[in-house]
Design a binder for this molecule. Structure first.
Ligand code: HEM
Length: 161
């Protein structure tokens, strides 16, 4: 395992644009960020980096904070909390802790392959494509089939050089 580690920065993800519009405009529900996550332009949520390390060609990263969508008197309750991400030249995955079992990790989206750009001081993955994982179809009320395109992911990490 590589000893390269990261010291800061964040994951940027809007989950899915049409979901944000549906929850807020159509279902008249809410979404809220917590635990250090912040909301930026266009519903893009920043989850601060907790830890990252390289394993071969892959990066494994833990982020902190949550976004929770609530509507239909709690029947719609979608939580993305403390995301765990793997990215690499052969693709990756974003997993979340769940409402039902905080210890469980649920794969939410498959992440398309992507190489970072950057320098000795930082690495950036820009606009990584995502597709809904089969395991997360129930999380979104079985409305989106597995493979549905979700919002692209951006990651920036500062390296401990
Ligand atoms: C209480 C009963 C519910 C009603 C009446 C309802 C109604 C609707 C309607 C009318 C749409 C289509 C919106 C549009 O595109 O114009 C929709 C979409 C959707 N619903 Fe529901 N819904 C209900 C419960 C739920 C629950 C419990 C969930 C999740 C657990 C859910 C998740 C979704 C999602 C993810 C979409 C797609 C949003 C998008 O990306 O466009 N709904 N619903």
């Amino acid at each position: 395992m590589s000893v390269v580690t990261a010291v800061g920065e964040a994951l940027h993800w809007a989950v899915r644009d049409s979901l944000i519009r549906y929850v807020t405009d159509i279902a008249r529900g809410t979404y809220s960020v917590d635990g250090g996550a912040t909301e930026g332009e266009g519903g893009v949520i920043a989850f601060p980096l907790r830890a990252a390390h390289r394993e071969g060609e892959d990066w494994r990263m833990s982020f902190q904070g949550s976004v929770r969508f609530l509507a239909h008197h709690g029947h719609l309750d979608i939580l993305i909390k403390d995301p765990e991400v793997v990215v690499g030249p052969n693709g990756g995955v974003l997993a979340t802790h769940t409402v039902d079992d905080p210890n469980e990790l649920l794969a939410v989206v498959a992440i398309g392959a992507g190489d970072p750009t950057g320098s000795d001081a930082s690495l950036v993955w820009h606009g990584l494509a995502t597709q809904l994982a089969p395991s997360a179809v129930d999380l979104f009320g079985t409305v989106y089939p597995a493979g549905t395109e979700m919002a692209p992911i951006g990651i920036r990490i500062a390296l401990d050089s």
